[in-house]
Design a protein around this ligand. Sequence first.
Ligand SMILES: [Cu+2]
Length: 234
Amino acid sequence: MNWNKILVAALALVIGAGAGGVALTDSHGASSSPTSSAGSEQPSTGAAGARVGEGMMGGGEGMMGGGSKIANGAPGGLVPASRMEALATMARRTVEERGSTLTYRSQNVTLVALGAPGSRPGMYWQLDGVDGPRGPTVSVPAGASITVDFADGDPGHPHGLELTTAAPPYPRMAMMAGRIAAPGAFIMPVPPPQGNLWYAVTISFHAPPAGTYYVICPVPDHAHEGMWATLVVR
Ligand SMILES: [Cu+2]
């Protein structure tokens, strides 16, 4: 299937039919297609999506349909902000934190990734309760099973997530740089919060081979403006 066309169409839906969608259509190319095996090993995201979303909006079955290899159930369920903040606090208590590096020793990694949840201005990730921009760095062991509990906590801005092979600095269309680093390591952008309810999506994937990867937001300009963090597989 034409992965890029589907992605661009879905992005346009989320972002609106404005300049962003047009620019994406103009700039996408065959070179940025993921490998044909992308998603073949990914676990059922329907069940995972329901973990955070608790089925409020049928978290696992998104606009792409249950059989999608890339969408991972976007858009996710609407979840109270307090619940996502509690998950982040819990994650921060269990991860080893040194400076802005968060180290997981276990093979089971649960990362809480919140899109610019309002505690500071600009485009940034908050991972396990630690704010970017351009950070923090998350370190996981090789072979880890990684679950990402994601939500957009940023009033007025859609956000998504991609684990990419492309290193910063990022162009405006960061999602067209590099490729998705592991099957399933992608979340289609979701709409901004509705009051105290945040759109949340959970994905699970296997850590890619040892190396350095980056967690970016695929919405145009966001990674360019600092919405990226580093994932080291050691
Ligand atoms: Cu974003």
